[in-house]
Design a binder for this molecule. Structure first.
Ligand SMILES: C[S@@+](CC[C@H](N)C(=O)[O-])C[C@H]1O[C@@H](n2cnc3c(N)ncnc32)[C@H](O)[C@@H]1O
Length: 312
């Protein structure tokens, strides 16, 4: 098995090693081991992915999906409130990655079943320390169980955390954190597709979306306009997007095919590019998902700010 190294991590996070070493400890990267599949394993992975694409029937943003989200997070809510054990905040879809096959720097790798959970922690610490330290408030839209916020609170405990979602079971989990995690949490019911303009984002805030805009089937235009009006200090997306697949590899071709078949949001980058062209925002960092799951790359990083320069 290979070990994750600082030079490799700095390449996939587009961050220099010196800066990275200040943020991520040796112990954290030592915990990640992986190997590349051999010829026969790779053939079997490709067959498995193709079969999954052919058999998959999920339609993103279909009406029936809201109940699925509600029921899923309700299961987490019951277990978490009963036991107070934070392991019940880990969404089941991570825990269910039994195949142990993931993507790293665009290539299939074999690791242990917790690879994705461990490397997400590294990614989260990296963006928290690099982009969130000076903010007073963190808002996560489409926050699910709030596991990102709970982990961010460990890294940045002086912030106020707002978790927003369109299902009540998620909002209930976030509000339960006031008793179980800290008084600095608040859950809010919010539909990204129809943003409540009355809901104000406080001054000096960072907005996070992580695998949330993907769920809107492209209906994100109003939300981007809402954010621009609210003028947060920074917006950080961790989202899949077809734009980042380079299509010269079988991994990327399969990823984009799966993305399109399910109907995940495909227009985030074009909308942000349009707003940048209109001088409303500045995209300050954007790069391809450093890692991914068997089927796709869901962790592209896109970071933008309001353009404060007045148009001439
Ligand atoms: C894939 S989960 C991601 C959850 C969390 N951000 C994470 O990183 O684990 C997608 C989340 O988006 C929420 N969601 C889907 N459509 C939404 C909408 N129209 N408005 C607000 N939240 C929505 C779901 O309830 C779910 O919590």
């Amino acid at each position: 098995m290979k070990k994750l190294s600082y030079p490799f991590l700095s390449k996939i996070l587009k961050t220099n090693i010196k800066e990275l070493k200040k943020i991520i400890g040796q112990k954290e990267i030592n915990g990640i081991k992986y190997r590349y599949p051999n010829h026969n394993e790779k053939k079997n992975i490709l067959i498995r992915v193709l079969k999954k694409i052919n058999l998959d029937t999920q339609i993103i943003n279909a009406k029936y999906r809201k109940k699925i989200w509600f029921d899923g997070w309700n299961e987490n809510k019951k277990k978490f409130i009963k036991t107070k054990d934070k392991k019940y905040l880990i969404p089941m879809y991570y825990a269910a990655r039994k195949e142990k096959v993931f993507r790293l720097d665009g290539k299939f790798i074999i690791s242990d079943k917790n690879f994705e959970i461990k490397i997400i922690k590294i990614l989260r610490k990296w963006y928290a320390k690099k982009y969130m330290v000076k903010a007073e408030n963190i808002y996560e839209f489409g926050c699910g169980t709030g596991h990102n916020l709970v982990d961010l609170n460990k890294i940045l405990s002086d912030k106020n955390f707002y978790g927003l979602d369109f299902v009540k079971s998620s909002v209930d989990i976030i509000n339960s954190f006031k008793q179980n995690v800290g008084p600095n949490f608040q859950g809010v019911l919010f539909n990204i597709e129809k943003p409540k303009v009355k809901f104000k984002i406080k001054k000096n805030s960072v907005v996070l979306t992580s695998g949330a805009l993907e769920q809107l089937g492209g209906k994100i235009n109003n939300f981007v306009n809402y954010l621009i009006k609210q003028k947060p200090k920074l917006v950080l997306h961790v989202e899949p997007a077809p734009d980042f697949y380079n299509l010269n590899t079988v991994e990327d071709e399969l990823g984009i095919t799966f993305h399109k078949k399910r109907g995940y949001t495909s227009n985030l980058i074009s909308i942000l590019n349009d707003r940048e062209k209109k001088k409303k925002i500045n995209i300050i960092n954007s790069f391809k998902s450093p890692f991914g799951s068997l089927m796709m790359e869901g962790y592209n990083i896109i970071i933008w700010k309001i353009n404060k320069k007045k148009k001439k």
